[in-house]
Design a protein around this ligand. Structure first.
Ligand code: PMV
Length: 323
């Protein structure tokens, strides 16, 4: 029996960067994100006790570098007592993989939902989010739709993830300017570890995250675009600042990335409701109010080096679909 699940990437507005517990993958800071709609990971899973080991393919090709992460995810279910035989897992993204578009988030969100269904383990969504987080910190957020917060529990042992505002209550739109389709130079886990070890700004990055979270939460509750724009851009620039100050400095941007940031600032200065965010890669995400997407696409499309523009709205959390 094949089980298929779909999940969408999410984009953090208040960023996660740094781990409190690398072993259990507990983040050092909470985060707030939006889940996207049209970008999709579709994962099919089939248990086969006769297989000599787990198999994983990504976009039709056997993917051995990611296999150990898939195995780890299946092992987490087994450790919780779920009946999980060897599995054949096939995952497909309809967007560029591993280029700072959070494919690991949608990938692990789809995987935990598929395993839960196939194994009949009946775990609550919040528990599945915890398992997804152990595989990829940002994946917990793709279990949920709309505006999502990942909070650290007081005891530092757990995280809680939930929707704080539904997508249709504030249907912002996102334009992604792809400036490079190659895989990122330094993966997020490695980049975070280097930042923690060597960046002199790491402590203040962690300390100031709680005020950013509170402000973003308030801006979202009030549907206050300007306030969300300011706190999101600051969180993004702070994340890159702390990473830039590592040794050797982590420079995820290219020249086109910076041109896009200037263009977005200029658009907002002239009254277009749009702001930017950038993750551990060179792509720029422009978040805009409905109705201005075409203007934003047009402006970003003029910038030399922008190789592709993707548009999306806000979407739902990971779910099993009919085969
Ligand atoms: O989930 P990871 O390990 O790929 O880390 C995600 C880190 C950022 O995308 C840069 C920020 C975030 O909160 O998504």
């Amino acid at each position: 029996m094949r089980t298929t699940a779909v999940a969408h990437p999410n984009i953090a507005l208040v960023k996660y960067w740094g781990k409190a517990d690398p072993k259990r993958n507990i983040p050092a800071v909470g985060s707030i994100s939006i889940t996207l709609d049209t970008l999709t990971t579709t994962t099919s899973l089939e248990f086969d006790p006769d297989l000599d080991g787990d198999r994983f393919s990504l976009n039709g090709k056997s993917d051995s570098p990611s296999l150990h992460r898939v195995k780890h995810c299946l092992a987490l279910f087994r450790r919780r007592g779920a009946e999980v035989p060897h599995a054949k897992v096939d995952s497909t993204n309809n967007f560029p993989t591993a280029a700072g578009l959070a494919s690991s988030a949608s990938g692990f969100a789809a995987l935990v939902v598929a395993v839960n269904q196939a194994a009949g383990s009946n775990m609550a969504r919040s528990e599945l989010a915890g398992l997804a987080r152990e595989c990829s910190g940002s994946a917990a957020r793709s279990l949920f739709g709309g505006y999502v917060e990942l909070e650290l529990a007081e005891d530092g042992e757990r995280t809680e993830t939930r929707t704080i505002l539904q997508a249709d209550q504030w249907p912002l739109e996102v334009v992604i300017a792809v400036t490079d389709v190659g895989p990122k130079a330094v993966g997020s886990t490695e980049g975070m570890a280097l930042t923690e070890r060597t960046s002199p700004y790491y402590r203040s990055w962690v300390e100031t995250s709680t005020t950013d979270l509170a402000e973003a939460r308030a801006a979202i509750a009030a549907l206050d675009f300007e306030r969300l724009a300011e706190v999101s851009e600051q969180s993004c620039l702070k994340m890159h600042a702390v990473a830039l100050a590592a040794r050797p400095g982590l420079l995820y941007w290219n020249g086109t990335t910076i041109d896009c940031l200037h263009q977005i600032r200029e658009l907002r200065g002239r009254g277009t409701p749009v702001f930017f965010t950038v993750d551990a890669g060179p792509q720029v995400k422009a978040i805009c109010e409905p109705g201005v997407t075409d203007r934003v696409r047009h402006a970003l499309g003029q910038i030399p080096g922008v190789v592709e523009l993707l548009s999306c709205g806000l979407g739902e959390g990971a779910a099993v679909v009919d085969p």
